[in-house]
Ligand binder design. Sequence first.
Ligand code: HEC
Ligand code: HEC
Ligand code: HEC
Ligand code: HEC
Length: 162
Amino acid sequence: MKKRILLIVMFVGATFLLASDGLYAGTEVKDEIRMENHAYDEHKKSIPVFTHKKHATEYTAKNPDLFKNGCGECHHDDDNKPLKELQEGDEVQNCIECHKKPAYMRGKKAKGLTKEQKLEYHANAIHYNCKGCHKLFNKKMKLKSKDKGAAPRTCKQCHPKQ
Ligand code: HEC
Ligand code: HEC
Ligand code: HEC
Ligand code: HEC
């Protein structure tokens, strides 16, 4: 009997640990996500706040010609196929589960790495996704980085000075 209780306690404990670590699949389309992945020992930059719901609804829906894949503009499967049919309530894996290495490789450190190798790094995959779309959007809308309604492209705009 005692053994069983111990096992249950261990199981619940492990579940909490996993959840607090961010290494889990979520189902809620949160309004805002503080991008503070716990796989990093420490964050060198300030924590970006990502307006998830606005991105998932307004921003992508506002530009259906530009963003044909809906949720799949950012969420994909392990073949990198966009999850176009994703809906609120579906389980979504965190990016870190596949882009496993918690670091940002650029400059000298990134020298010689192929595109595939860079994408193994979490921050490289994230930046590629966020900045790639922002660049495309601003270009299409003929907006400069500082213009109103432009999507942020500089480090400070996403990682504000604290
Ligand atoms: C512009 C990019 C983008 C779009 C569009 C988008 N998401 Fe996300 N979503 C993200 C990012 C980034 C995360 C955080 C993932 C992480 O922390 O690894 C996330 C997380 C999630 C999570 C998990 C939240 C949690 O608790 O961990 C769910 C569920 C989700 N999205 C559902 C959706 C659905 C449904 C849609 C379409 C209606 C959608 N997303 C559209 C980028 C996007
Ligand atoms: C189930 C595993 C899995 C998850 C979860 C996942 N990815 Fe990927 N992702 C991949 C694979 C596989 C590729 C292709 C890698 C390659 O070409 O080496 C890829 C490629 C990419 C690329 C390059 C796209 C291109 O056009 O070449 C970006 C950017 C990216 N992922 C960002 C993200 C972001 C942001 C998230 C979380 C919202 C995420 N990924 C979640 C597996 C995943
Ligand atoms: C599919 C395209 C797309 C992707 C991917 C994307 N964004 Fe955006 N983002 C936009 C657009 C479009 C705007 C400008 C919307 C406006 O102001 O009308 C924007 C604006 C923003 C803004 C300023 C406005 C606000 O809501 O805070 C921030 C910050 C931002 N994005 C962060 C991110 C981050 C972080 C990621 C990656 C996790 C990301 N974005 C990925 C399209 C995208
Ligand atoms: C569009 C928004 C955006 C822009 C622009 C951006 N970042 Fe990030 N960056 C993010 C997000 C989101 C993460 C993921 C943080 C997490 O999930 O823990 C990240 C992660 C990182 C990380 C790894 C985590 C850490 O804090 O150590 C570094 C380093 C980093 N960024 C540096 C930069 C630098 C340098 C620039 C400018 C050249 C830059 N970023 C521009 C959104 C952005």
